[in-house]
Design a protein. Structure first.
Length: 323
């Protein structure tokens, strides 16, 4: 069921969260989520501390811009230097972050080779120093997002949770896959349950939450809340629909024409944010299969989006296919 969520010095009416997604979770997407639902909070895209501290203000707008009509926001940081993390934590706090998260789950090689993301899980003592650097430089709740042992020989579950809790983190987010696993690998619910039963801080479960049944499976682990990630792409109403189902209230999904209009609005927002219609349309190619997941001619629609050169072209194709 939807229930209150307590994290550090904050209380939220919902325990459903829209998580971070690289290339997706910027303000134009988040504001659509808030239009249809009231999650506990949403996340920014993962932001490198080096990027945040060294980029010009104009260049970092994609990562730090917050729409006036979106709600509570968690900034997710990627770091390989505790001093940089401390400075970045101060910065996002000053920018108005409501929570700040350290990414310890990203499986990408380019992140791991920098000793960031999921690489943190192999060095618990170093991770404790990073969490302390965050706690010493903010008054907002500090979150850590990890992955699990899975069926690998990593064997960090037994140590990493207590290290994170003892270092002062206010909440732990657990993606129930190992960093080596593809998304076709089933989530290890039993390993998420291990953390919920072992720790006294709240544990948020993450992985494959896409419908009522998968949400119930996640909540059955005993987690304090559930995080929706990839399933929300192209369905910014998903958390609203899940909340309505859990509370037995009516929810009306947008009609196809409205979904097409949302896609155009999302991409137009990106064009404004990035000051580039061309780059926004390149991003739109990645989103087309998600917004078009239920239309009969999905493949043809995606091909049409690939050939769009202007926002007007995109709007025309959406009117054609979303009927």
């Amino acid at each position: 069921m939807v229930k209150p969520l307590h994290i550090g010095n904050r209380q939220f009416a919902s325990n459903l969260i829209q998580g971070p997604l690289a290339g997706v979770s910027s303000a134009p997407f988040r504001r659509l989520v808030w239009r249809y639902s009231q999650p506990a909070f949403t996340y920014t895209e993962m932001i490198s501390c080096k990027t945040l501290l060294n980029m010009s203000i104009k260049s970092r707008q994609r990562f730090i811009t917050r729409a006036p009509d979106e709600g509570t926001l968690c900034f997710q940081l990627s770091a390989n230097d505790a001093n940089e993390l401390a400075e970045a934590t101060k910065l996002v706090t000053d920018l108005g972050a409501d929570l700040v998260d350290l990414n310890c789950g990203c499986p990408k090689k380019k992140i791991r080779t920098k000793h960031a993301g999921s690489k943190h899980l192999s060095d618990p003592s170093r991770l404790a120093q990073f969490i302390k650097a965050m706690k010493d430089n903010t008054t907002i709740p500090v979150s850590v997002k990890i992955r699990v042992d899975g069926d690998s020989d990593d064997n960090f579950n037994r140590d990493i949770g207590m290290v994170i809790q003892d270092a002062g983190a206010d909440v732990l987010v657990v993606h129930g896959r190992n960093w080596r696993d593809d998304y076709d690998k089933p989530v290890f619910y039993d390993q998420i349950r291990y953390f919920t039963e072992t720790l006294s801080i709240p544990v948020i479960g993450n992985g494959d939450v896409a419908c009522h049944d998968s949400l119930q499976a996640m909540l059955a682990t005993g987690c304090a809340g559930a995080m929706i990630c990839r399933a929300g792409v192209g369905q910014p109403w998903l958390i609203g629909a899940l909340s309505a189902h859990l509370t037995d209230v009516p929810f009306t999904k947008p009609v196809p024409s409205a979904i097409g209009a949302l896609f155009v609005e999302h991409v137009a927002g990106l064009a404004d944010l990035l000051a580039s219609e061309k780059f926004a349309l390149i991003q739109a190619r990645k989103f087309a299969k998600y917004y078009g997941r239920e239309i009969p001619e999905r493949r043809n629609f995606c091909e049409a989006v690939n050939n769009c050169e202007t926002l007007s072209d995109l709007a025309y194709q959406c009117r054609r296919f979303f009927v």
